[in-house]
Design a protein around this ligand. Structure first.
Ligand code: G3H
Length: 271
């Protein structure tokens, strides 16, 4: 096995699987159990590369029971949360409830929430604050659509999202935040941004955080890439200096494929 020598892995790599609206609670438990067995057979070191899954809300109680009962080292989170803590908000799910279900993480501002549900940066800023109130680590998703990319405005666009979404957060919160760069044109399309595209944006986001906060904060924030990640392209993307992990959609539903992404270090080329 070869390892990176660029020192970026002072930040623990994070491999995240977003199941989206797939897998009912019975299917979800089967998938998670197989993933845990596969990684256990491969003697995966969860302290070295963290693994998180994002099942649908309705799977979370069963997920908690399995993870706690079998003492699995896979972590889990929710795909969204309410900006409110409780009250007359029909259909919303409070961060407080997610915390009680043992969630460690929560996705905020996935492009499908932004585009399908029209979620604004102002709302996402409220959701980030709600996540911190309930000790959930938010995975904030940002990224541009195809037209913005073609106009060459992708960095400006994405950094504007970052500035708006992080408004009012303190340095410690941002150091613990995870940001996933997901170019919308690469999600579920088979079009994958090249490693250099992922690096360009992650470096720009890190520089923006250093400007907004300080270098020490920027050095701690973990930055992921998402969009048609597979085992075949994960290692090259994760080999980039500022890319600390991947947010995987479709391929996270295939145990073998996702386990191979988790074990990306086997395919890393030494600098
Ligand atoms: O949350 C995951 C992203 O939307 C990427 O999905 P994908 O891997 O199916 O392209």
């Amino acid at each position: 096995m070869t390892t990176s020598t660029n020192g970026k892995f002072d930040r623990t790599p994070l491999i995240a699987g977003n199941w989206k609206m797939n897998m009912d609670h019975v299917q979800g438990i089967t998938l998670l159990q197989k993933l845990a067995w596969t990684l256990s057979d491969a003697r995966h070191d969860f302290g070295r590369v963290e693994v998180v899954v994002f099942p649908p809300f309705t799977d979370l109680r069963s997920t908690q029971t399995l993870v706690q009962g079998d003492k699995l080292k896979v972590e889990y989170g929710a795909q969204d949360l309410s900006p409110f803590d409780s009250g007359a908000y029909t259909g919303d799910v409070s961060g407080q409830f997610l915390s009680k279900l043992g969630c460690s993480y929560v996705l905020v501002g996935h492009s499908e929430r932004r585009s399908v549900h029209g979620e604004s940066d102002e709302l996402l800023n409220e959701k980030l604050k709600a996540a911190y109130r309930h000790n959930l680590v938010p995975v904030l998703c940002v990224g541009e659509g195809l037209e913005v990319r073609q106009a060459g405005d992708h960095v400006l666009h994405t950094l504007e999202q970052v500035r708006k979404d992080l408004s009012g957060l303190d340095a410690e919160q941002v150091a613990n935040l995870v940001i996933a760069y997901e170019p919308v044109w690469a999600i579920g399309t088979g079009e994958v941004a090249g490693p250099e595209d992922a690096q360009e944006m992650c470096a720009a986001i890190r520089a923006e955080i250093a400007d907004l906060y300080d270098d020490a904060t920027a050095a701690r924030t973990r930055l992921l890439y998402g969009g048609s990640v597979k085992a075949a392209n994960a290692a090259s993307i994760l080999g980039e200096r500022d890319v600390d992990g991947v947010l995987v959609g479709g391929a996270s539903l295939d145990v073998g494929e996702f386990a191979n992404i988790v074990r990306f270090e086997q395919h890393l080329v030494t600098d």
